[in-house]
Ligand binder design. Structure first.
Ligand SMILES: Cc1cc2nc3c(=O)[nH]c(=O)nc-3n(C[C@H](O)[C@H](O)[C@H](O)COP(=O)(O)OP(=O)(O)OC[C@H]3O[C@@H](n4cnc5c(N)ncnc54)[C@H](O)[C@@H]3O)c2cc1C
Length: 413
């Protein structure tokens, strides 16, 4: 089989790249090659089926890795131009109180995929599904892609095969390993937008607790990043969007990373101390077990008191010493959990690390192989939770596809 431009991977970045390539060069024959039986499967699952496709506030702070994602995003058409003006999809911001997040107005990710598929049809872009590329061989004037017994000959290749996150959507890092064997440099890889594992002993009694607060990633006593939101305590990990946004730090700080929780960030240490001293006075007859009943859900309230003081919880609150109050305070405002691992890939939404920025030029063309372009999660950038990863996929797809299409001017029929 022959095509001018072969796009490996029919996810968010691959579909966008195919569209951009065809728009840049209507004469080029563009084909998406997808391993799964259909394209766009991860987009459909995104944002709990609602597709948080972008964010109103995009800055450097939201992207991590060697690729300068925010510069590329800033130079590409924004979500309104691409989705509303070009694809006809109406978008709204802030579904479910998620500040800044942009969603399709329909509240359904299918709207996005349907609009993209219609555009692929309109432009005459072909799809070959159920075809896993296992080899990319440079040849005169292009490349041969290996898919089982089939060879696909093309002039240009756009690699949009994603990373390692959520392998049930076709992303097991196979193409990343292939590129490594072809000489591409990768930076350290770990799950991003994912829970972080902590010692299960430290979590005993907390399983099932959900609490709003502040959580910081700490290393060597230094706070690396602080997030606010709902923390969820599970058997061997802590999750919630606020933790998801810290997971990427595991790649750099493995073995020396902790999470420090402040369960009452809106109250200062002094205010809280006064509050506890008042309780000791006014509710001194109650058992210690009830000390924090007015502040937290039962399991968390008991966990904090139990781990702060040695007295039996049946003792009266009035027996609480000043150092006992300090110890309770410490656990409410600064409870530290050592991170002992990251989550399995199936529980993560993105990949920290990937093909290093030094392997591509400003148009996302490979510096190692002319005519190969890369886009999306396979590149070394991970966005925060909140529409940042999909925005990167669309923007990098536009850049790689557009540059690739232009580079072939005059090719095709
Ligand atoms: C459950 C879930 C929810 C998410 N929700 C959001 C959200 O709401 N907002 C947000 O911004 N981000 C979200 N993300 C992250 C976001 O979906 C991804 O970062 C983005 O889809 C990556 O796009 P991509 O095109 O680079 O890769 P992918 O979408 O992963 O697509 C890569 C494609 O390449 C195919 N492929 C892989 N290897 C081969 C091969 N060898 N041959 C042929 N094809 C191959 C795969 O089958 C896959 O279809 C979510 C992720 C998950 C898992």
């Amino acid at each position: 089989m022959k095509t001018d431009i072969a796009v490996i991977g029919g996810g968010a970045s691959g579909i966008t790249a195919a569209i951009a390539a065809k728009e840049a060069n209507r004469r080029a024959d563009v084909t998406i090659i997808e391993k799964l039986p259909r394209t766009g499967k991860k987009i459909i699952a995104s944002g709990n089926g609602k597709c948080n496709l972008s964010n109103k506030k995009i800055s450097e702070y939201n992207y991590h890795g060697s690729v300068r994602a925010v510069d590329i995003i800033g130079n590409m058409p924004d979500y309104t131009s691409f989705f509303t003006d070009y694809l006809g999809v109406l978008c709204v911001s802030g579904s479910e109180g998620r500040e800044g997040g942009i969603y399709p107005r329909s509240n359904s990710s299918n709207t996005i995929v349907n609009a993209m598929r219609m555009k692929l049809d309109e432009l005459g872009i072909k799809e070959i599904c159920g075809c896993e590329i296992t080899g990319i061989i440079p040849e005169n004037n292009g490349y041969t892609l290996i898919c089982g017994d089939e060879n696909i000959h093309c002039k240009r290749v756009i690699i949009a095969a994603g990373g390692y996150a959520a392998p049930s959507f076709g992303t097991d890092g196979g193409i990343m390993r292939l590129l490594k064997n072809m000489g591409y440099k990768t930076s350290k890889i770990c799950p991003a937008v994912a829970p972080l594992r902590v010692n299960p002993d430290k979590l005993k009694g907390l399983k099932g607790v959900r609490v709003k607060g502040e959580i910081s990633a700490v290393s060597g006593g230094r706070i690396l990043r602080t997030e606010r939101g709902e923390m969820q305590f599970n058997e061997n990990n802590i999750s919630g969007i606020c933790v998801f946004n810290l997971a990427y730090l595991f790649a750099e700080y493995e073995g020396k990373l902790s999470l420090k929780a402040d369960f009452l960030p809106d109250m200062s240490w002094d205010e809280l101390k006064n509050y506890l001293e008042n309780i000791r006075k006014s509710r001194g007859n109650l058992p210690l077990e009830e000390l924090l009943t007015g502040i937290f859900v039962k399991n968390l309230a008991v966990y904090i008191v139990k781990n702060s003081i040695e007295n039996p919880l049946t003792d009266r609150i009035s027996t609480l010493s000043n150092s006992g109050i300090q110890s309770v305070l410490n656990r409410i405002k600064s409870l530290e959990f050592e991170v002992c691992g990251c989550s399995p890939w199936q529980n993560s939404q993105s990949t920290m690390g990937g093909i290093h920025a030094s392997c591509v030029d400003g148009n996302l063309q490979s510096r190692l192989h002319k005519g190969i372009y890369l886009c999306g999660e396979i590149l070394d950038t991970a966005g925060d939770c909140g529409g940042y990863n999909l925005q990167w996929a669309w923007s990098s797809g536009m850049l790689a596809g557009g540059s690739c299409g232009k580079s072939l001017k005059g090719a095709g029929k």
